[in-house]
Design a protein around this ligand. Structure first.
Ligand code: SF4
Length: 342
């Protein structure tokens, strides 16, 4: 088994079950995550018996980086999994540090009509080791510390909820990846029951919602998930999340020409979220040859932004980091075989 497939609790339990002590798990984890020692034989404070047990039963195995595309603001990594499926992650170099956008599934079943990722149906969920592996292999390859993580890559994270919960535990554990809860963001297209479950975890982890429309009529057209969970239900779940966590929710809104970018849409969106602890991230759409949808022009985006502002909505226009890499929203797709990003 790969060591990255364990949370600390799980490794403790595993070692105890095999006749070792609870603290042995912390020793091993510290060697790997803190001291960057990736060979059990070099973990000098472990007993001989424990070293041979680890060598026989555990691996410290990285994901295989197949391809890297670099640009000044973002790098894209194509990674190969053990079963030869491929995923991607994107490293963004912000003025506040390095942020890694990780994938949660191979493919995605949510079928959002503007999204490259949804063109490849879900093959399977990523394991914990594959979620963690994205962070480990990019940190190692670039020799950097990653400062924040967004789970917004290929797949719907809440459709892989159990592993995302375990990933949160590994990322935020100060003996493991050690990134504060407030520097971790999970993005969902709106799986309402999971929003409630996530809220009940009462973590400080951020939540982002891919809303992309101010009403059900438009959302039904561009996001299949809206057939299952209407906007009113999503907003109710978000109210619950805010009441439990007092954390601000990010509303992601891709600007699609002639679809969701009218002044009326801006007024409707303002009304929908007015007075709520939310802020809107307007995302210029990255056109691809696979869809007919067009990006709203800059004038429309500015006008939409101004209307939200004038209605006292917190709003930003997302800086484009990876457009020239096909690494931006909905475009993260491996040309070799096809995979993508929210
Ligand atoms: S936008 Fe996100 S949820 Fe929708 S199809 Fe793409 S990856 Fe899946």
């Amino acid at each position: 088994m790969n060591i990255y497939d364990f949370t600390l609790d799980e490794l403790e339990k595993y070692l105890i079950e095999n006749g070792f002590k609870k603290y042995n798990a912390t020793q091993i984890i510290e060697w790997i995550y803190e001291h960057k020692v990736y060979d059990f034989n070099n973990m000098t404070n472990l007993s001989k018996k424990l070293i041979s047990f680890c060598v026989e039963n555990l691996q410290i195995k990285d994901l295989n980086i197949v391809k890297v595309e670099k640009s000044p603001l973002a790098n894209k990594y194509l990674l190969e999994l053990n079963d030869h499926n491929k995923i991607e992650c994107v490293l963004m170099n912000h003025d506040y540090g390095y942020s890694l956008c990780v994938s949660s599934q191979v493919g995605c079943n949510m079928g959002c009509s503007f999204c490259e990722s949804g063109r490849l149906k879900k093959v399977r969920d990523l394991t914990l080791g594959e979620l963690v592996g994205q962070v480990i292999c990019v940190s190692k390859y670039e020799n950097i510390r990653i400062d924040s993580i967004v789970v917004m890559g290929i797949g719907e994270p809440f459709d892989n909820f159990n592993n995302i919960k375990r990933f949160i535990s590994v990322v935020t554990n100060n003996k493991m990846i050690n990134i504060g809860q407030r520097h971790l963001t999970i993005s969902t297209c709106g799986l309402v029951p999971k929003i409630y479950e996530f809220a009940d975890m009462e973590t400080g982890v951020n939540l982002a919602i891919s809303l992309h429309a101010p009403n059900n009529e438009i959302r039904d057209r561009i996001m299949k998930v809206n057939h299952a969970y209407k906007i009113e239900e999503v907003m109710k779940a978000l109210d619950y999340y805010i009441s439990k966590t007092n954390r601000r929710v990010t509303i992601e809104y891709i600007m699609l020409a002639g679809i969701n970018d009218s002044d009326e849409c801006a007024y409707e969106l303002s009304k929908l979220i007015n007075g709520k602890l939310m802020y809107v991230n307007l995302i210029p759409y990255n056109e691809t040859s696979n869809f007919n949808m067009k990006r709203s022009n800059d004038f429309k985006i500015k006008s939409f932004y101004d209307i939200l502002k004038s209605n006292n909505i917190n709003v930003t226009i997302r800086k484009e980091m990876g457009g020239n890499l096909s690494a931006a929203c909905g475009q993260l797709r491996a040309s070799e075989e096809g995979s993508g990003k929210c």
